[in-house]
Design a protein around this ligand. Structure first.
Ligand code: ATP
Ligand code: MG
Length: 441
């Protein structure tokens, strides 16, 4: 098998070999190259010790020197060069208590999580595939290196990584590995929220985000996202719906484009439903106020998973507004809606609405999609007309108000908001002369 290695990675390998060491590209990049997918980064593994690596290259950074990783700079690009290592005892299911360097490539490959991630390659030796990674790649199979139970007790994150790779590659999880995922899922409770977040995001922005269902089926969400389990257990007895809340969330995630905020918002948009469900005398379920309670619940979940404030704020807002449906199909009605939802959020609101509809009862989709199309059309016209829809486009600024004689202070903001409301109603009023003429000082 021949793999095309980027020139710069090859040069680093050649330099190490010339100095008498072994060196290979390893892990994810070998897997992706064999699959013909673009590799995220080309990691290099070597028997040279970190000090020896540093001595061979003029520009290096001690990225993770305690784990044996040195970053080698080549022009603007960087490559992680890691010394062959075995992980010592795992005492806490998260961190090896020590990292031991080893002269054996095979030992290094053995500590890796899955067979498809445990292959190494260089141009002289070719492919080193000690655990039948190629066969598993061909069969589309995620399989642990070694005994799955042991590997998952060493590092619980691997449980989630198994599902993440299955979502990214569209692979099945091999039976014994899957059984161990189920059995050891509770071990995820000891894994840091940051590491879990990274894997969840990779899963959600993958080609098969509905693989999220596997997290529920194997008991992973019960540990890291019990709020989702509640959705899987909440029916929606309503003509507009044809499945439980959880399945509807998965369909929505699948129907929306690949973007972190949109996929998170899709996944969580109805997370408030289990808490507000009311069944009426006809046996129909209602979920009044689920946008607001869902936004708060989602905020708590995302904070728990250590998401950044910007992501949390955007997802919460989209959830809060996702169910605004009574928008009159007139220019004024849509301008008001854009004002209420926020100009920067409106395009995403439309995308979430579309995905939400596509995840509802197909028998009732046509009309909803037509209404949405009309809404999008009017919104497009409003954009074309460059109507003022936010403070940014208002013909008057705080500075203008001060120049007109107002004192700096919170009233400035209130006046600007009032002016914006006026202009949303009557776009022709968006001139400095007119707006300032309305000031009563
Ligand atoms: P990605 O394309 O997402 O970067 P990757 O396979 O490169 O996928 P990384 O997290 O970058 O994944 O890890 C690089 C390699 O290190 C993996 O291919 C695997 O061999 C090994 N590895 C990473 N995390 C673990 C882990 N928790 N347990 C065992 N081996 C791991
Ligand atoms: Mg990687």
């Amino acid at each position: 098998m021949i793999i095309k290695i980027p020139e710069k990675a090859n040069q680093i390998i050649a330099r190490l070999v010339q100095a008498g060491f072994e060196a290979y590209v390893v892990g994810g990049c070998v897997r992706d190259a064999v699959l013909g997918r673009p590799a995220a980064d080309w990691d290099i593994t070597t028997n040279a010790r970190p000090e020896q690596v540093k001595a061979l290259f003029p520009r290096t950074i001690d990225t993770g020197i305690q784990h044996g990783t040195v970053t080698v700079m080549s022009g603007k690009e960087s490559f992680e060069v890691t010394t062959y290592r075995i992980d010592g005892e795992y005492c806490d299911g998260r961190h090896p208590s020590e990292v031991i360097f080893t002269p054996s490539l095979l030992e290094d490959l053995k500590r890796r999580d899955f067979t498809i991630n445990a292959m190494a390659y260089n141009e002289t030796e070719g492919l080193v595939d000690a655990f039948n990674g190629i066969e598993d790649l061909k069969k589309g199979r995620i399989r642990c290196v070694g005994e799955p139970g042991e590997r998952f007790t060493e590092d619980g994150l691997r449980i989630l990584r198994a599902v993440r790779f299955s979502a990214q590659l569209g692979f099945a999880i091999e039976d014994r590995t899957r059984e161990a995922v189920k059995k050891f899922a509770p071990g995820l409770s000891r894994i840091s929220a940051e590491r879990i977040q990274t894997e969840l995001v990779k899963l959600l922005v993958s080609d098969h985000p509905d693989t999220f269902r596997t997290l529920y089926d194997t008991g992973i969400t019960a540990v890291i996202l019990p709020e989702f389990d509640a959705c899987m257990e909440t029916p929606q007895n309503h003509p507009h719906h044809c499945c439980c809340v959880g399945e509807h969330l998965l369909l929505t995630v699948q129907a929306i484009e690949r973007d972190k905020v949109l996929r998170l918002a899709a996944l969580l948009h109805d997370i408030g439903k289990p808490g507000v469900r009311l069944r009426d005398e006809q046996g129909i379920d209602h979920f009044h106020g689920h946008g607001d309670t869902g936004a708060e619940l989602a905020g708590g979940i995302l904070r728990r998973l250590r998401f950044d404030n910007d992501t949390i704020c955007r997802v919460k807002h989209l959830i809060r507004v996702h169910d605004y449906r009574q928008i009159p199909l007139t220019a004024k009605g849509v301008r008001r809606a854009v004002f209420r939802i926020g100009k920067e959020y409106f395009p995403d609101y439309l995308k979430l609405r579309r995905a939400d509809i596509l995840a509802q009862n197909p028998a009732m989709q046509q009309e909803k999609l037509e209404t949405l199309k009309e809404l999008e059309k009017i919104y497009g016209q409003i954009l074309k007309e460059q109507s003022c829809l936010s403070l940014k486009e208002l013909a008057v600024t705080g500075k203008d108000l001060i120049q007109a004689g107002m004192k700096p202070g919170p009233e400035l903001g209130e006046i600007l908001d009032k002016m914006l409301e006026l202009v949303i109603e009557r776009p022709e009023c968006n001139t400095k002369e007119y707006l300032l003429s309305q000031l009563k000082i």
